[in-house]
Design a protein around this ligand. Structure first.
Ligand SMILES: NC(=O)c1ccc[n+]([C@@H]2O[C@H](COP(=O)([O-])OP(=O)(O)OC[C@H]3O[C@@H](n4cnc5c(N)ncnc54)[C@H](O)[C@@H]3O)[C@@H](O)[C@H]2O)c1
Length: 334
């Protein structure tokens, strides 16, 4: 764990979420003051968010229940806690959900983001570090994705809102001098992860003997990035406190979807029932981060391999979901 250069006072939005939870623990551990904000929405089981909150409370981190669109709440929280950095992770995530509930993305990712920008701009000391996404690269064909590549062809509304965040942040930097850093996360995974994401959903379905839906017949690659590496890159970006920068935080070693499934099968010792399907609308074939800039400016170097990371995730999954463990195992041909 990196040590903070000097103690910071951080307002962390989305603190009951997957990345927020791990980041809050790391910030607290290295001696920063951190207060969280989350609306505990029901996009996925809010019990998981409450469990993360309870563990954070034991570690001495409080999460305030509020929506980031509540501007008075934000203004008062920044003032009363003497905040120096806003780390903004709260958002409506997920590609599939954006096909059916587009307004959730407008509310949290567009209105919510403006609310954060407005709260920050009136406080001259504040720095804003926020979550963007590999989704901004959308339909780009050239890999690995570099931060200076064009990002004008998002494949779904989620990616479009994250791209909008980057240009909005740029405008606030230009207009008001607000220091802004965007972190383009690439498929974060690990313990306390998000149940809507493929690796977690597959694990549950494999354990319950249900078929898993494999889109594009598995011909997809993702740059899976272990949560500890995501957290370390984020801490380095907070410490850098850049004026106006964008960074890729990805593992830089994309893997085939079928290999991910094989790792899950091996760790669980159960064969998956695969339902091979065509490409899902809104998905992309590959994500692959070029991390040269992040290595150079943040000292970012992903350390955890997908093989080790999946084992750590499954170990946690077994502990957290004891009722969902299979009563029998079969995997004898590998
Ligand atoms: N996990 C990934 O692989 C990944 C990849 C790329 C980008 N990101 C981005 O990183 C950030 C964190 O992602 P995560 O995986 O931890 O997601 P998450 O859904 O687990 O966490 C987001 C949290 O924000 C909260 N939230 C949402 N809307 C809110 C609102 N209007 N007001 C207050 N709280 C609100 C949710 O309740 C949730 O706890 C998000 O911005 C996401 O888009 C994540």
């Amino acid at each position: 764990m990196q040590k903070a250069k000097s103690a910071k006072r951080i307002l962390l939005t989305g603190a009951a979420g997957f990345i927020g939870y791990h980041l809050a623990l790391a910030l607290k551990k290295r001696g920063d003051f951190v207060v969280g904000v989350d609306n505990f929405n029901a996009y996925y089981d809010p019990q998981l968010k409450r469990d993360r909150r309870d563990r954070l409370a034991k570690a001495g981190v409080e999460i305030l229940t509020a929506d980031i669109r509540d501007r008075d709440f934000l203004r008062l929280s920044l003032m009363h806690n003497d905040i120096t950095h806003v780390v903004h992770l709260a958002a409506q995530a997920g590609v599939r959900h954006s096909l059916f509930e587009p307004d959730d993305y407008v509310a949290s990712n567009l209105q919510g983001f403006v609310s954060i920008l407005e709260a920050c701009r009136t406080n001259a000391r504040l720095k804003l570090i926020y979550a963007s996404s590999s989704s901004v690269y959308g339909l780009n064909k050239k890999t690995p994705f570099r931060v200076d590549d064009k990002t004008d062809h998002p494949a779904n509304l989620y990616g479009a809102t994250k791209k909008a965040n980057e240009v909005m942040a740029h405008a606030y930097h230009h207009l008001y001098g607000l220091p802004v850093t965007a972190l383009r996360y690439f498929t974060a995974y690990g313990p306390w992860g998000r149940p809507d994401m493929a690796y977690y959903r597959f694990t549950r379905q494999i354990c319950e003997g249900q078929p898993i839906q494999v889109f594009n017949r598995g011909l997809m690659r993702r740059d899976f990035t272990y949560i500890d590496d995501i957290v370390n890159g984020t801490l380095a970006a907070i410490d850098l406190g850049a004026e106006c920068e964008i960074f890729n935080l990805g593992d830089n070693r994309p893997i085939d979807l079928l290999y991910l499934i094989q790792l899950l099968e091996d760790a669980l010792r159960i064969r998956a029932i695969k339902e091979m399907l065509p490409m899902q609308i809104g998905e992309v074939l590959e994500t692959y981060a070029d991390i040269e800039k992040s290595q150079r400016m943040l000292g970012f170097q992903p350390k955890v391999s997908i093989e080790d990371g999946i084992l750590k995730f499954i170990e946690w999954y077994r502990e957290y979901h004891p009722a969902k463990q299979p009563t029998y195992c079969f995997l004898n041909d590998r």
